[in-house]
Design a protein around this ligand. Structure first.
Ligand SMILES: Cc1ncc(COP(=O)(O)O)c(C=O)c1O
Length: 387
């Protein structure tokens, strides 16, 4: 690493930096505890178990989940989504998703469709990524088992009307699953109010934990088949997977240092306040959109309104390759963002950017207004240099 000053604006991929307490919690676990949670009964295994339980309970509080044992830890939201979909869906089921989904949802469902297990309907979103709940309602048939949606797009930040869709799904007797990768830790999530039956989240983005963490909530009464079986530290005398949560879906030694860090991330969010985090990110988003809008040749995608999107702003400069723009931002200005397709070809097709890709700037709680000013100036200079 050189000593150049960098501006990290790739928080939609993974947040950085983390709160100091997150680094401390990981270090504390690694140096002072280091034992396997739920395996054996010595004092440090108990201490490790307490860390895992504490994080589970903090997450339950954040998402208004009554019984924290309904949350299972996974290595990321991709794993959580796979466990949810593959453990739930049966042959003949029909699933409804949107045209803004990430590959984490689109690929497992296409694989299930291609192998003849399910039927899939993809609802077309508008050009700014927004989704009309009426279209979801119309797509539900007698065979529909699940509506599965992301809470906010990782390409445009567009926030989906999950409250309205949760209500529709509930009224129609269809399960509702939410991919909260882009919103957990930033937007309020309440599984009861929003009637979310299955919630998948990742730990390393808005929740401010380390990579290698994530989880899945499944509402009480809803059964999910395990994707992976193995040691749980419980009922070891029996050859079958335990039938109770969370052990049923949590086999193998977990990422305890990661879970310790995730717990500290959630604690930081609770102490700071979700509203404060969100309003800071909104301020940066508005600044960025306003600044980019004034630059000739810049095309911005998505709602362009911080009331309707998260702190994710994607754009292109006319006649310029998005990879070149982000390379110049990095090499000339030390601004780190992401270009390309963002693992979301469906969303890019919706935006009309499947061929070109786009440059994505995603601010986080630790970014400042001065940094956004610098980004706008840099994009202006790059756009001018292209004339
Ligand atoms: C909406 C959405 N879903 C799923 C994912 C996958 O996240 P992870 O890599 O943590 O599994 C991402 C991350 O980019 C995302 O933005």
């Amino acid at each position: 690493m050189d000593n150049r000053r960098e501006i990290y604006l790739d928080n939609a991929a993974t947040s950085w930096p983390k709160p100091e307490t997150v680094y401390q919690a990981i270090d504390h676990y690694n140096r002072q505890i280091g034992a396997s949670p739920g395996r054996g009964s010595h004092s440090r295994t108990i201490a490790a178990g307490e860390i895992v339980l504490n994080t589970r309970e903090k997450l339950a509080e954040l998402f208004n989940i009554k019984d924290s044992s309904r949350i299972v830890f996974t290595e990321n939201v991709t794993m959580a989504i796979n466990i949810g979909l593959k453990g739930l869906l049966d042959p003949g089921d029909h699933v409804v998703i949107s045209s803004m989904e990430h590959n984490a949802v689109a690929r497992p469902l296409h694989a299930l469709q291609d192998s003849g297990v399910i039927e899939l309907t993809i609802i077309q979103c508008a050009a700014d990524g927004s989704l009309d709940p009426c279209l979801v309602e119309q797509a539900i048939t007698e065979k529909t088992r699940l509506v599965c949606l992301l809470h906010a797009s990782n390409l445009t930040g567009t926030i989906m009307p999950i409250d309205a869709i949760g209500k529709i799904a509930h009224e129609k007797g269809v399960l509702f699953m939410v991919d909260a990768a882009q919103t957990a830790g930033v937007l309020p999530l309440d599984v009861q109010e929003q009637r979310i039956d299955i919630l998948a989240f990742t730990g390393h983005k808005g929740l401010l934990g380390p990579q290698g963490t994530g989880g899945l909530y499944i509402r009480p009464g809803q059964e999910i088949r395990p994707l992976i079986e193995g040691g749980t530290g419980s009922l070891s005398e029996q050859i079958y997977q335990p039938d109770f949560m969370p052990d049923k879906l949590e086999s193998g030694t977990p990422n305890t240092p990661g879970i310790a860090g995730l717990g500290a991330g959630v604690e930081f969010i609770q102490q700071t306040g979700l509203e404060r985090i969100h309003s800071h990110e909104r301020e940066l988003t508005d600044m960025l959109i306003e600044g980019l809008r004034d630059i000739d040749g810049v095309i911005i995608y998505g709602p362009q309104d911080s009331n309707r999107q998260t702190a994710v702003v994607s754009f292109n400069i006319e006649e310029m390759d998005c990879g070149r723009v982000s390379m110049l931002l990095d090499q000339k200005y030390g601004i780190l963002c992401r270009s390309g397709l963002h693992c979301a070809p469906l969303a890019h097709r919706t935006m009309g950017t499947l061929k070109s890709g786009a440059c994505r700037i995603s601010a986080g709680f630790y970014n400042t207004k001065e940094e956004i000013d610098q980004v706008v100036r840099a994009v202006y200079e790059i756009a001018c240099s292209n004339e």
